[in-house]
Design a protein around this ligand. Structure first.
Ligand code: A2P
Length: 279
């Protein structure tokens, strides 16, 4: 037969919604980040999350393979050509025990349906914005710190990150240091935008320049003193919270006590909260 009239052999993607891994960085034995290609049609707002994962091993009875997906905050900003994710490695975690072994060129599944409340749209205008993170809860802020709107909307940006060990702070610290050289932010916001940022890293189980839970450091007033800022107030301050459950609840109660109200996409207000992914 004539080759031209033959049914063309279509390149079938090995996975539904497959994206290719372009970079993997291991930060500690428990933390890694990776970058992958971005679906051409995917639009998202900085701070949102998507479902990502891998194909499961075939079911021993049926032989069928199903995707194994988890919610992951997108750590890259909305303008980035690629996608970035920041993940914990859990030894017996169904997904992360396998995801931690991905290499450049491997494929992952990325469902292109972004959602989430840690978005600028869910907050009403204010002077300062606080980003409160623990552990991998830093991920959505890695996106929002690279988002020009953050610096357009606020005079001051305060990012706090509490981790158990100093090594767990590295991803966040390097990202914040890299902002100084961020071409887009320098071009759009103007050089010196990064001087609006106040970074407050703390550790709880290993020696570091600032020890303690951010909640305790705020309650005692020590954080305000260290940062040289006035206490949280509903007129000036907006906040986003992302960390483990106990932290989210404690900080939420503190913000409510200070007079801030929780916002949502449908009803913007003064703060928003989201649980960091746990395998
Ligand atoms: P701590 O070591 O005192 O528990 P995890 O790794 O368990 O998710 O915790 C990440 C960080 O969040 C740790 O430094 C931990 O401190 C801190 N943390 C846990 N619970 C709270 C809370 N309720 N308020 C403030 N920080 C918390």
């Amino acid at each position: 037969t004539d080759a031209v009239t033959d049914t063309p052999v279509k390149a079938t993607p090995a996975l539904p919604d497959a994206q290719t891994v372009t970079e993997v960085t291991h930060w500690t034995d428990k933390l890694f980040s990776f970058r992958c290609t971005r679906p051409a049609s995917l639009r998202f707002r900085s701070g949102e999350f998507v479902m990502i994962g891998l194909m499961n091993d075939p079911d021993p009875k049926t032989g069928k393979v199903k995707p194994l997906l988890r919610a992951y905050s997108i750590a890259s900003p909305s303008w980035d050509e690629e996608m970035e994710f920041y993940s914990i490695k859990v030894e017996n975690g169904p997904l992360t025990s396998r995801l931690q072994h991905i290499k450049v060129g491997d494929e992952i599944i990325l469902r292109p349906k972004p959602v989430g409340t840690l978005v600028h749209d869910a907050l009403i205008p204010g002077k300062r914005i606080w980003f409160f993170a623990t552990g991998t809860g830093f991920a959505p802020f890695a996106s929002l710190l690279r988002e020009p709107q953050t610096y357009e909307d606020y005079e001051e940006v305060i990012i706090t990150h509490t981790c158990r060990t100093a090594g767990e702070l590295t991803y966040g610290r390097e990202l914040i240091e890299s902002l100084k050289d961020d071409e887009l932010l320098n071009e759009v916001i103007g050089e010196g935008f990064w001087k609006k940022i106040k970074y407050y890293p703390t550790t709880t189980r290993e020696e570091s320049p600032k020890m303690g839970r951010i909640t305790d450091l705020i309650n005692s007033g020590e954080a305000y003193k260290d940062l040289d800022v006035t206490p949280l107030c509903p007129d000036n301050d907006r906040a986003m919270i992302c960390g483990n459950m106990a932290f989210n609840l404690e900080l939420k109660a503190m913000l409510e006590e200070a007079g801030l109200e929780e916002g949502a996409n449908s009803k913007p207000a003064q703060y928003v909260v989201e649980k960091a992914f746990l395998d």
